[in-house]
Design a protein around this ligand. Structure first.
Ligand code: MN
Length: 296
């Protein structure tokens, strides 16, 4: 199943070029704040799934292009992110001038991105006005957690996955705290919808690519992950309780590079989806903290 959020908090099932509104059967009030409708839908999915599936057979759908797709999850408990998680990317970072050196063993753990950095498939990526800095794209598979868990065993880890979506981990390169550099609004586009786990035959064999204005920048397969999908779940759950709707950004492959206002970024993950996102400029002045250190 492909589960989307659309038209400001409505829940829909995507089938082909159509979307079926199941907001009522999911028991979601789209006007509610905070906007946790998809998190609730995921948490109770096993119980409501038959009702949702019935809607596709019994209701008229709308064409996908007639609605506005939102970020499939707006208000998760957390966004967990794994750093450089493919060998080829670690090599390129170590060669780069003054860029942070990384740990080849994959033993450096994970970090968090602000939940408020999430944006959706219909949103632009807004580049902050920080002169002299590069803003880079990172093409990543997002793992969506389906149920609560702590201290999860490796052989159970896949059971905790609700589904997958595309995720772009956007970052200002520099030496400031990573969370600040990665947490601007719109620095975590996700979507276009969540593809539930059973639709992906082998999560450890998924092709992905990212293009900027049509030029191929990143191309990888999840079989080349350093910290694999099961291990990301067991490591995260060894530290904190995973909740339904939590998002794990699985780390970037090689080929990261700058994006600039006026460009169009496209992320495409086989079997998961595709999003094209315009890149625009924020003209408002940046805080002085960005002047303290240079890009190098
Ligand atoms: Mn990343």
């Amino acid at each position: 199943m492909k589960l989307a959020q659309f038209n400001q908090g409505r829940i829909g099932i995507v089938q082909g070029e159509m979307i079926f509104d199941v907001t009522d059967e999911a028991g979601v009030n789209p006007a509610l704040w905070p906007p946790t409708g998809m998190v609730q839908t995921i948490a109770q999915f096993d119980q409501i799934r038959p009702k949702l599936e019935a809607c596709v057979a019994t209701r008229p759908g709308q064409t996908l292009h007639s609605v506005r797709l939102d970020a499939p999850i707006a208000w998760p408990n957390k966004v967990i992110a794994f750093p450089a998680n493919y060998h080829a990317h670690i090599e390129e970072m170590e060669k780069g001038p003054g860029l942070i050196s990384t740990n080849k063993t994959g033993g450096q753990g994970f970090f968090l991105k602000a939940n408020s950095s999430l944006s959706g498939p219909s949103d632009a990526i807004v580049i902050p006005n920080v002169p002299g800095r590069e803003v880079h794209h990172e093409c990543e598979l997002a793992i969506i957690i389906g149920r609560r868990g702590r201290n999860i065993q490796r052989h159970d880890a896949l059971e905790y996955i609700f589904g997958f979506c595309c995720l772009v981990d956007v970052v200002i390169r520099g030496k400031e705290e990573r969370v600040m550099r990665k947490s601007f609004d719109t620095f975590c586009p996700i979507g276009p919808y969540i593809v539930t786990r059973e639709e992906i035959a082998d999560p450890n064999n998924i092709d992905m690519e990212l293009r900027v204005d049509g030029d191929l920048r990143q191309s990888a397969n999840t079989r080349d992950l350093i910290v694999g999908i099961e291990e990301m779940i067991t490591m995260s759950a060894s530290v904190m309780t995973l909740e339904p709707g939590d998002i794990i950004a699985s780390g970037t492959p090689a080929g990261v590079g700058p994006i600039k206002p006026g460009e169009m970024l496209t992320i495409d993950i086989t079997g998961v989806g595709r999003m094209s996102l315009p890149v625009i400029a924020d003209r408002s002045p940046s805080h002085g903290v960005w002047n303290v250190q240079s890009n190098r």
